[in-house]
Design a protein around this ligand. Structure first.
Ligand SMILES: Nc1ncnc2c1ncn2[C@@H]1O[C@H](COP(=O)(O)OP(=O)(O)OP(=O)(O)O)[C@@H](O)[C@H]1O
Ligand SMILES: O=P(O)(O)OC[C@H]1O[C@H](OP(=O)(O)OP(=O)(O)O)[C@H](O)[C@@H]1O
Ligand SMILES: O=C(O)c1cccnc1
Length: 469
C-alpha cells in the first residue's frame, strides 16, 4: 500500500468517462460554470459554517495525474489519447467563494467554479468531499462552542473518526471554535495548539495510582493533567492528585488540571472543585470527557458544573448524529449558455447563469436575516422573491447589502495569500456574533430567508419553459 495522496484519480470514475467524451468530441476548451451549495442544515440547526476552502485551494493548485494514475486508467479501458492528455492536466480555473468560516444558508451558491468542462468535472468529487466534510464538522464545532461560553474545547476525536478523515476534522473543529486538539499531525500541519492528558492505561500499568501521578508530574511538569477516575474519583483519584499538586508546588511547579472521564460529571465536578479549593488549589482546573456533545455540555452548563475544559471526541469528528452535509455541485453555464436542471420539485430546480450572493445587513452591523441570490453582474436589488413560492417577496429598499462571493483563484492561481486558520476561526466567531440569536437556537430555529432577484427569477423561468418544451 502506498502512502495516500490526492491526485487526479481522487474522483468518481464517471467524471473521467464524461471527460473522455468531452475530449474525444473536441470540447477541450469548452467553458463551464458550476455552483456548490447544500440544501439542508445539519443537526436540524439554523446555520452552517463554510469550511474546507483553504484545503481545497491547496489541492487544486497541485492536482495532477501521476504516470501510475495514467497507466491504471488506460488499463481500465479509458482511451489512450485521452489518458495521455492527462499528463499535462492542471487546474486552470477561476473560483469565487464566500470566505472560509462564513455562516451560510441552504440553496445559495457559496462557491462558483469556472473552468474548462473537463477540469471542472474532474475536480467535482474532491471539491464535494473536502467542503461537505469540513463544513459538517465546523458546524458541529460551532454548535458545541455556542453552549460552552469561553471554556476551553479540545478535540479528542482522532481515534473515533471515520479513518483519516480525523485529520481534516481537527482542522474544521478549530474553524468552528475549538481551542486545541490531541491530534499531533493536525496540530503540527495546521498550527493548532496540541494538548493531552493521560490514559487509564498509564495508571493501570503501575501498581498504585499515586506513583503513576508522581512519575507523570516529574516528567511532564508543564501542562500536567491527571486522570482521576481509574479507581475511585473522590476517595483515591482526587486525594492523590492533591498530594502530587502539593509536591509540585514545593518544586515551584503547578498542576494544571484533573480530568473526569466517567460518572455524573456535574456532581463530581462540584465535589472535586470543593476538594481542590479546600486544599488551596483554586487555580487547578477541571477537565471533563466521556461522550460529550452540545446537548450534554449545555445540560452541564445549566447544572452549573464547574468544568473548565471539555474534551470531545466521537460526536465532534463524526458529525453525529448527521453522517454528511448534503452539498452538491451543479452546472449553471456551459458552451456560452446558461443551463438549468429541471425537477418536478420546484425546490430542486437549479439556478442558471453566473451568480453572486448578497447578505442584507442591519444598520447595527448584524445580519438582517436574509440573503439574496442575484446575477453576477447585477446591482443590489430592491426586492427579492422566494425561489419556489414566487408570490412571496421581501422589499430590500434602502437596506445595506454585502457581496459574499469573492474571487480567490484566477486561472488556477491564488490571487492573494490565504488567511491563516486562526484568522478563519476568528472570522467564523465574528460572523456567528452577527447572526441573530433566533437562528442559533437548537429547537425550531427561525428560518433565514434566501431569495432570488427578479432578473434571476425571470431568467430561470424562461429557461425552464424552454426546456420543458
Ligand atoms: N450531570 C450530567 N448531566 C448530563 N449528562 C451527563 C452528566 N454526567 C455525565 N453525563 C453524560 O452521560 C453519559 C454517561 O454515560 P454512561 O452511562 O456510559 O456513564 P459512564 O460514567 O461512562 O459509565 P461507566 O461507569 O460505564 O464508564 C455521557 O454521555 C456523559 O457525558
Ligand atoms: O467524546 P468521546 O468519544 O468519549 O472521546 C473522548 C474519549 O476517548 C478516550 O477514551 P478511551 O476509552 O478511548 O481511552 P482512555 O482509556 O484514555 O479513557 C477518553 O478518555 C474519552 O473518554
Ligand atoms: O489527552 C487526552 O486526554 C485524550 C486524548 C484523546 C482521547 N482521549 C483523551
Amino acid at each position: 500500500m502506498k502512502n495516500f495522496s490526492i491526485t487526479g484519480t481522487y474522483t468518481d470514475l464517471y467524471q473521467l468517462t464524461m471527460a473522455q467524451v468531452y475530449y474525444l468530441t473536441g470540447k477541450n476548451d469548452q467553458k463551464a460554470v458550476f455552483d456548490y451549495f447544500y440544501r439542508r442544515h445539519p443537526f436540524d440547526g439554523g446555520f452552517t459554517i463554510f469550511a474546507g476552502l483553504g484545503t481545497l485551494l491547496e489541492v487544486l493548485q497541485d492536482i495532477h495525474f501521476t504516470q501510475d494514475d495514467i497507466e491504471y486508467l488506460k488499463q481500465n479501458g479509458l482511451n489512450a489519447d485521452f489518458t495521455d492528455s492527462l499528463k499535462d492536466f492542471k487546474f486552470t480555473g477561476t473560483i469565487h467563494a464566500v470566505k472560509e468560516g462564513e455562516v451560510i444558508f441552504p440553496n445559495e451558491p457559496v462557491l462558483r467554479l469556472e473552468g474548462t468542462i473537463i477540469e471542472a468535472q474532474i475536480v467535482e468529487t474532491l471539491l464535494l468531499n473536502i467542503l461537505n466534510f469540513q463544513s459538517l464538522i465546523a458546524t458541529k464545532a460551532a454548535r458545541i462552542r455556542s453552549v460552552s461560553g469561553d471554556k476551553v474545547l479540545s478535540d479528542f476525536g482522532l481515534r473515533r473518526a471515520q479513518g483519516t478523515g480525523g485529520y481534516y476534522a481537527s482542522r474544521a473543529a478549530f474553524i468552528g471554535g475549538f481551542n486545541s486538539t490531541s491530534n499531533v499531525k493536525a496540530a503540527m500541519d495546521f498550527g493548532i495548539p496540541a494538548v493531552g492528558t493521560m490514559a487509564h492505561a498509564f495508571i493501570q500499568s503501575y501498581d498504585d495510582e499515586l506513583t503513576a501521578f508522581r512519575d507523570f508530574a516529574i516528567h511532564r511538569p508543564d501542562n500536567c493533567i491527571l486522570l482521576v477516575d481509574t479507581y475511585d474519583t473522590l476517595k483515591s483519584g482526587v486525594p492523590n492528585a492533591i498530594k502530587v499538586a502539593r509536591e509540585m508546588k514545593e518544586r515551584g511547579q503547578n498542576l494544571l488540571a484533573v480530568r473526569l472521564d466517567s460518572g455524573d460529571l456535574s456532581y463530581l465536578s462540584k465535589k472535586v472543585r470543593k476538594m481542590l479549593d479546600d486544599a488551596g488549589f483554586h487555580e487547578v482546573k477541571i477537565t471533563a470527557s466521556n461522550q460529550l456533545d452540545e446537548w450534554v455540555i449545555k445540560s452541564l452548563e445549566d447544572q452549573g458544573a464547574p468544568i473548565d475544559i471539555f474534551g470531545i471526541g466521537t460526536s465532534l469528528v463524526t458529525g453525529a448524529p448527521d453522517a454528511a452535509l448534503d452539498g452538491v455541485y451543479k452546472l449553471s453555464f456551459s458552451g456560452g449558455k446558461p443551463r438549468i436542471k429541471l425537477s418536478e420539485n420546484l425546490k430542486k430546480l437549479t439556478l442558471p447563469d453566473m451568480k453572486q450572493v448578497h447578505r442584507v445587513m442591519n444598520d447595527d452591523g448584524n445580519f438582517f436575516g436574509a440573503d439574496v441570490i442575484i446575477k453576477a453582474d447585477e446591482q443590489a436589488p430592491d426586492i427579492m422573491f422566494h425561489p419556489s413560492e414566487p408570490d412571496k417577496s421581501l422589499s430590500l429598499k434602502g437596506m445595506k447589502q454585502e457581496a459574499l462571493l469573492h474571487k480567490v483563484l484566477e486561472n488556477g492561481k491564488l490571487i492573494a495569500t490565504s488567511p491563516s486558520l486562526l484568522e478563519v476561526a476568528t472570522y467564523c466567531q465574528k460572523r456567528l456574533g452577527q447572526l441573530p440569536d433566533e437562528h442559533k437556537r437548537f429547537y425550531n430555529p427561525h428560518v433565514y430567508k434566501v431569495g432570488i432577484s427578479d432578473t434571476l427569477l425571470k431568467e430561470r423561468n424562461e429557461l425552464r419553459s424552454q426546456y420543458k418544451k
